[in-house]
Design a protein around this ligand. Structure first.
Ligand code: PLP
Length: 462
């Protein structure tokens, strides 16, 4: 009888055509992978990544915005190695690992005043899920029936279902919104294409009249307002002025709505202040942090709340005052030790104080892209820089989508040793905060080169 265990016909996998035959890559068209084989990265050091043949690439977007002190930073690497010799993991229900405890104290030192309770999870999306759940349950515990959220067009809060339900980037969310509870979306503070036709320099944040309308009409059923402070990131680095952020806070206060600041992308110095919320004088009721928290080493996030919110959850066995939530790897000691080391570096490098002159230099260098007819808008804040490409600068007419100009520019830049990944027609940079001025110059020089060449090659189409 045939031994089916060893039979080719039953158990063997189909023969691999490529080394990545079994992989499904996030936010990536299959056809693009076929035509442009992905880089296989072997190691990292500082702002550089190295592929398996030793070629170096500048990590222009900090590996999806996480790498704040660069790759393989000796302090973080050694903290994780040290922890690995002691304890890899312990659950967090009724038990606390030493690094998770230490981290809570370090984090509370830099959090905006009043945010005092820290709940860990694994990534930005789960931090948001937890924030939404806390807001819903907080009202329920107080006997209030508030079951909806208000957020913003262009908002992005992660890819899990709850986080998607409060996000509004059509290509990511439209298909799924039908399946969710209906939430409400106020205008995007998209200054380049202002939804109310005003100028950001002189406006009074009238784009947020739409938020006021929503809150005045249905504020009583709204549990919280969730927003990305100062920059709507994933939609294309829409930087907006602090007066808009202040108005969001003041409207929510006026209508008694909880605020959830999603600092997943912009926390830990990225916008030039420790947290993007610090651009206003307000403190949100709930804040989500992730990405840079471990310096980009390991997945870890935190949902932090004001004590008055935590108070509602203080109960005994007979009450329902408990947050029934917890992911298996909540507060993982390896990730927490990376985060402790990161927060030590935040102090040592004087983040955000030391970034000011570098951010000014970065902004000045970015302005040089205004020489191109297709660069319609240049947006900068702190160590975030973005170029919105258009067909016509005067009319702001968009580029034909199927031209994929920004994609072509990023492919060309890769050839020259720079990793960037455009968001639609927006080329952007979010390098590790430790990047030097010289390295910024190189990063932008490579972008100029790629941009010029693609314009030359594609000019007849635009
Ligand atoms: N919130 C914001 C503002 C983000 O930018 C992101 C990711 O880019 C998330 C949440 C989701 O984070 P994660 O990808 O870690 O789930």
């Amino acid at each position: 009888m045939e031994n089916t265990m060893n039979s080719d016909s039953t158990h063997s996998a189909p023969r691999s055509k490529t080394p990545y035959e079994h992989l499904w890559l996030p936010f990536t068209y299959f056809k693009d992978v076929e035509e442009n084989p992905p880089l296989i990265i072997d190691k990292g050091e500082g702002i550089y990544l190295f592929d398996s043949s030793g070629c170096a690439y500048i990590d222009g977007i900090g590996s999806w915005w996480v790498s704040i002190f660069g790759h393989n930073h000796p302090v973080i690497t050694s903290a994780v190695k040290k922890q690995l010799d002691k304890l890899e993991h312990v659950m967090m229900a009724g038990i606390i690992s030493e690094p998770a405890l230490r981290l809570s104290n370090l984090l509370s030192e830099i959090l905006p005043k009043g945010l005092s309770r820290i709940f860990y999870s694994d990534n930005g999306s789960t931090a948001v899920e937890i924030a939404l759940k806390i807001a819903l349950q907080y009202h329920s515990l107080r006997g209030e029936n508030r079951t909806e959220f208000v957020s913003f067009d262009g908002g992005y809060h992660g890819d899990t279902l709850g986080a998607m339900s409060v996000g509004m980037i059509p290509q990511y969310h439209a298909l799924f919104h039908e399946c969710f509870k209906k939430h409400t979306f106020a205008n995007s503070p998209y200054c380049y294409r202002c939804p109310v036709g005003l100028d950001a320099k002189t406006c009074k944040a009238e784009c947020m009249d739409s938020l006021e309308k929503i809150l005045s009409e249905k504020g009583e059923s709204i549990a919280a307002c969730i927003f990305e402070p100062m920059v709507q990131g994933a939609v294309g680095m829409r930087v907006y002025p602090s007066k808009v952020l202040s108005r969001i806070f003041s409207l929510c206060r006026k209508y008694g709505i909880l605020t959830i600041a999603d600092e997943v992308a912009m926390g830990f110095g990225r916008t030039g202040t420790m947290f993007a919320c610090d651009h206003s004088s307000e403190v949100p009721d709930i804040m989500c942090v992730a990405k840079g928290l471990t310096g980009g080493y390991l997945p870890l996030s935190a949902t932090v709340v004001k004590e008055q919110i935590f108070e509602e959850f203080k109960g005994d066995y007979k009450s329902e005052r408990i947050l029934n939530h917890g992911h298996t790897f909540t507060g993982n000691p390896l990730a927490a030790s990376a985060a402790c080391a990161t927060l030590t570096l935040v102090k040592e490098y004087d983040i955000p104080g030391s970034l000011q002159s570098k951010a000014d230099f970065f902004a000045k260098e970015l302005q040089k892209f205004s020489e191109y007819d297709i660069v319609g808008d240049i947006r900068t804040i702190g160590m975030v820089g973005a170029l919105e490409l258009v067909r016509d600068k005067k009319t702001k007419e968009r580029l034909p989508a199927d031209l994929r100009l920004s994609f072509k520019i990023s492919r060309k830049a890769l050839k020259y040793g720079l990793i960037i990944r455009p968001l639609g027609d927006v080329l952007y940079f979010m390098p590790p905060l430790i990047i030097t001025e010289e390295q910024i110059r190189t990063m932008l020089f490579l972008t100029h080169r790629a941009l010029r060449e693609v314009i030359d090659e594609e000019l007849s189409y635009i």
